[in-house]
Design a protein around this ligand. Structure first.
Ligand SMILES: [Zn+2]
Length: 225
């Protein structure tokens, strides 16, 4: 089987043939299998805007999502974020991610902080994590915050049990805005003090998070008492 990261030295977009599901006409989708934020500014912009996998049919103009395996390297915040479409087994992804992280670490010197390595399996999660790392947050703290906020909202009956919170942005007063998707759509704001509290809780915890790549709501549910 070919190694996912054999493509790592290629730069730029790869034109990929796709068939529009609405009108069946073929077209080309610009796929970026590897994105380095300091070099691939166009792809980084699309990713942060949540539009990386969007394909606009030139014939019927219908928008469709065409997702593909993609590694995002955020050199500023020292993150390697891998979106997996399920094409490769998880062990292989982890192996490649570790290899790539070692390489990035080597390039930036041993005195620098370690790279965070993450695997995500939905485009939504991919967009969300890229954005929150860009804004300087720790994704694990954000996941804990989402669970804590949701529990409070459930108690008050103002959110559905299967509704999800997605990080949106930082507001002018440093509070953190989340969008609620599902039964009761809307938005909710998290207090920066809450973030600091959960950050400390995570730091003080005795749990070893070594070798974990998937920090999502199920992880946060398990972590929070
Ligand atoms: Zn079409």
């Amino acid at each position: 089987m070919d190694d996912f990261f054999d493509i790592r030295d290629e730069t730029g977009a790869r034109p990929t043939l796709v068939i529009c599901p609405a009108c069946n006409q073929p077209g080309f989708h610009a796929a970026w299998p590897w994105i380095l934020n300091t070099r691939d500014t166009e792809a980084t912009h699309l990713l942060l805007e949540g539009k990386l996998f969007k394909y606009q049919c030139p014939v019927c103009d219908k928008g469709t999502t065409f997702a593909y395996d993609c590694l995002y390297h955020d050199a500023d915040h020292r993150v390697l974020l891998l979106y997996s479409s399920g094409l490769y087994p998880e062990e292989q992804l982890i192996e490649s991610l570790e290899k790539h992280a070692d390489h990035a670490q080597w390039n930036s010197g041993s005195q620098t902080p370690a790279y965070r390595r993450r695997i995500v399996i939905s485009p939504f999660e991919f967009y969300e994590k890229a954005r929150l790392f860009e804004h300087g947050y720790d994704d694990r703290v954000i996941e804990l915050m989402k669970v804590a906020i949701k529990r409070g909202m459930l108690k008050e009956g103002i959110i559905g049990a299967s509704d999800t919170l997605v990080y949106e942005r930082t507001l002018d007063d440093d509070s953190i805005s989340f969008i609620v998707f599902g039964e009761v759509p809307g938005d909710v704001v998290g207090n920066p003090r809450g973030y600091e509290y959960l950050e400390k809780l995570l730091k003080d915890s005795q749990e070893s998070l070594e070798g974990e790549y998937r920090f999502n709501s199920s992880w946060a549910e398990r972590f929070l008492p």
